[in-house]
Write a protein that binds this ligand. Structure first.
Ligand code: PGA
Length: 239
């Protein structure tokens, strides 16, 4: 079954969330769609029994980290997933430095990780995609081998240049990169891991993306913000 992750980022206010929930009104499958709203609204989705995740976790379990939220606090609210290493966090919050620690804390606390990896446009043009992804995977996983298994880690391949831009790589390119990630995780870490694609997934390109054979799901930003739009997108995804 394909996994679909809806990353709201810092969008939608309380009334929008309430309307959103009224519109989706139980029409979203609860076993394979995970919502990542702003932390303040996680409980709204959780209360309706949707799968929920946080967009980030702190790199410490507790202590003096103003403005961060601990994995322990999130766990108390029933979150079962977290995104780690989103390119926006890598860019604006220096996350590269903390990813290994965040991965460790999520794994130790039984929270499934959606680990984002992907190249910039410049790296893409220089054919450095695999190299960049390999480095990101090693940084995140090398110190955490003992905690990893096939179900607690999911990779999202998100070319940075495709996020929020309506530009996406060709199907061939996505398929090759997903194969590379799966093969690398198998040979280096002995893992059989789900790999999602993320970056400008929408109702215009989903039929094309659905032709990619090795894709295990999607991480959707902008196209998940409108409930009707997201319902249509889910209908267009085959399991
Ligand atoms: P997008 O965002 O679908 O709006 O491109 C995806 C993401 O950043 O996870």
């Amino acid at each position: 079954m394909k996994l679909i992750c809806a990353n709201f980022k810092m969008n939608l206010l309380k009334n929008d969330i309430i309307n959103y929930l009224n519109t989706i009104n139980e029409k979203i499958p609860k076993e394979n769609v995970v919502f990542f709203p702003n932390e303040l609204y996680i409980s709204y989705f959780k209360d309706k029994n949707y799968l929920v995740g946080s967009q980030n976790i702190a790199h410490l379990e507790h202590g003096s980290l103003t403005g961060e939220t601990s994995v322990l606090e999130l766990k108390e609210f029933g979150i079962s997933y977290t995104i780690i290493g989103h390119s926006e966090r890598r860019e604006f919050f220096n996350d590269n430095k903390y990813i290994s620690k965040k991965v460790e804390l999520a794994l130790k606390n039984n929270i499934k990780i959606v680990l984002c990896v992907g190249e910039t446009f410049e790296e893409y043009n220089k054919n450095q995609t695999f190299e960049v992804i390999k480095k990101e995977l090693n940084e995140a996983l090398s110190n955490n081998i003992n905690y990893l298994n096939n179900t607690n880690l999911i990779i999202a391949y998100e070319p940075i240049w495709a996020i929020g831009t309506s530009k996406i790589p060709t199907n061939e390119c996505i398929e090759n990169t997903i194969s590379f990630i799966k093969d690398y995780l198998k040979t280096e870490f002995n893992l059989d891991i789900k790999v999602l694609y993320g970056g400008s997934v929408n109702n215009q390109n989903i039929a094309t993306l659905e032709m990619i054979k090795n894709i295990d799901g999607y991480l959707v930003g902008g196209a998940s913000l409108d409930a009707n739009n997201f319902l249509t997108l889910i209908d267009n995804i085959k399991n």
